[in-house]
Design a protein around this ligand. Structure first.
Ligand SMILES: [Zn+2]
Length: 257
């Protein structure tokens, strides 16, 4: 299995997944047509499927042109997003098994950013769209903080720590600054910031990350850590907060950071 990261638009990522056994390829979140098409030409692989994490325009911007270009393309997305993703012809549920050539995968239903957001897991590679970012998470547009909390801290955190994570936007530097604001003494956050210092534009491509690194540096996965919960409670002017309140307050603070 080969994964090609394709920067699109301003700060989006599409991902090309190639089965090295059969040469078949699929794309996750085709934000734009040409950047994806160029990679397909470069690797000379036939596109057989598109996997949409959610319906937002910046994640499906290239979809219609791909459908026009590649006959018989399978377009997958969660059943709840069916009306909102044009060309969707494979409606997935959480029980669905998905595949790219010989690579088997499954669907994690992770509502919060949208009501039908999903992540895809192929082998130990997780594609998170706008649910989990490097050192951050997506805004809660359609779901509740409780849903987003569980998507991240129950469903995603259950995966093995070595899981590689491919996310939908390059927000890592800004997210790490917020993480450091919450946990100024966290050395893993400092190291991660140092590693990308001075890089920007095409020099700064931070996916994939790992679940292990996210658990060490991403405040939205660290609500139970004393360093996070105490700081958030302090900033809220209270003695202590339950985990979900810490998560909600963090999301609100990040929205205004
Ligand atoms: Zn989105």
């Amino acid at each position: 299995m080969k994964v090609i990261t394709i920067p699109c638009s301003f700060d989006n990522y599409a991902y090309l997944i190639i089965c090295e056994e059969t040469g078949e390829a699929a794309v996750v979140d085709p934000s734009e047509f040409y950047p994806v098409y160029r990679e397909l030409e470069k690797y000379k692989v036939p596109l057989t499927a598109v996997y949409c994490t959610h319906h937002h325009a910046d994640h499906i911007g290239g979809l219609e042109e791909l459908v026009d270009e590649f006959d018989g393309l399978t377009v997958c997305g969660f059943e709840e997003e069916a009306e909102r993703i044009p060309g969707l012809n494979s409606l997935l549920t959480e029980k669905s098994r998905v595949s790219i050539g010989e690579i088997g995968g499954r669907v994690l239903f992770t509502p919060g950013h949208t009501s039908g957001s999903v992540c895809y897991i192929f082998n130990n590679h997780l594609f998170t769209g706008d649910t989990l970012f490097g050192a951050g998470c997506g805004r809660i547009f359609e779901g509740t903080p409780g849903e987003m909390h569980d998507s991240l801290n129950v469903k995603i955190k259950m995966l093995p720590l070595e899981t590689k994570i491919y996310f939908g936007h390059e927000y890592t530097a800004q997210n790490l600054k917020f993480a450091q604001f919450i946990e100024p003494d966290n050395m893993a956050i400092k190291e991660r910031l140092d590693a990308i210092a001075g890089k920007q534009g095409t020099a700064l491509i931070t996916p994939p990350t790992t679940l292990q690194l996210e658990c060490a540096t991403n405040p939205f996965l660290r609500c139970k850590e004393e360093g996070v919960s105490k700081t958030v409670a302090e900033k809220c002017g209270v003695d202590q907060l339950d985990v979900l309140s810490v998560f909600s307050a963090l999301r609100e603070m990040k929205d205004n950071f």
